[in-house]
Design a protein around this ligand. Structure first.
Ligand code: SAM
Length: 192
């Protein structure tokens, strides 16, 4: 471990955002799962959440992740509606990326609040039950011929709006964890 590498780990960890996360509902393609984790790492998501696809297993990572799985932990949940309620119970607003009568443009939301972005399966999207349980439904306006974006692209679009707002609000300058927890994680990252 070079001193430069250690400083980088410290800098990255100090910018983690425990109050920003995603919940993937049955995202099943390894390249999408991997790309989402990579975007999570880039904006400072500390822990992501996922409901495994019907086969019960979370997708494997592939080269698309850029090894982001080493830096972003993933918590598995049995089903999306209960995961939504659990995250709401922890103080997160859950924003379902879902087209419905109550959908709003994703840029209208305040991402400086504790926020979880709920992403749907490639084929079916977010389930109606999970979308109903969410605090808001958000969409990225589509002006082309194709109806939807790839799920990892939609994820990145929204997470980088969250990053923009959080940078402007100074949230990346705040200590994400108490000092003892920070030191423990830094040690785990440095000496896995
Ligand atoms: N047939 C699916 C449907 O009707 O929802 C399409 C799913 S889309 C390929 C996969 C996921 O990407 C969606 O569930 C959502 O999470 C995200 N997504 C794609 N395009 C989006 C958009 N324009 N706005 C918000 N989320 C979008």
């Amino acid at each position: 471990m070079t001193p430069e590498r250690f400083e980088k780990l410290k800098r990255v960890l100090s910018q983690r955002q425990p109050t920003l996360t995603v919940l993937m509902e049955e995202v099943n393609k390894p390249h999408n799962f991997s790309a989402i984790l990579r975007s999570c790492d880039a904006v400072g998501v500390w822990e992501a959440h996922a409901v495994p696809p019907k086969n019960g297993k979370l997708p494997t990572y592939n080269a698309t992740s850029g090894s982001a799985e080493k830096w972003v932990r993933v918590q598995s949940h049995a089903d999306a509606p209960s995961a939504v309620r659990e995250l709401q119970g922890r103080g997160f607003q859950v924003l379902a990326t879902h087209l419905s009568a109550r959908s709003v443009d994703y840029r209208e939301l305040d991402y400086t609040r504790p926020t979880c972005v709920l992403l749907g399966a490639e084929k079916w999207g977010v389930s109606e039950e999970a979308a109903d349980a969410a605090d808001a439904n958000v969409v990225i306006p589509m002006l082309g011929m194709v109806q939807s974006l790839n799920v990892s692209v939609a994820c990145a679009t929204i997470l980088f709006e969250a990053q923009r707002q959080r940078l402007a609000a100074g949230l990346y300058g705040q200590a994400p964890f108490p000092p003892d927890e920070f030191d423990r994680v830094l040690f785990e990252w440095a000496y896995p």
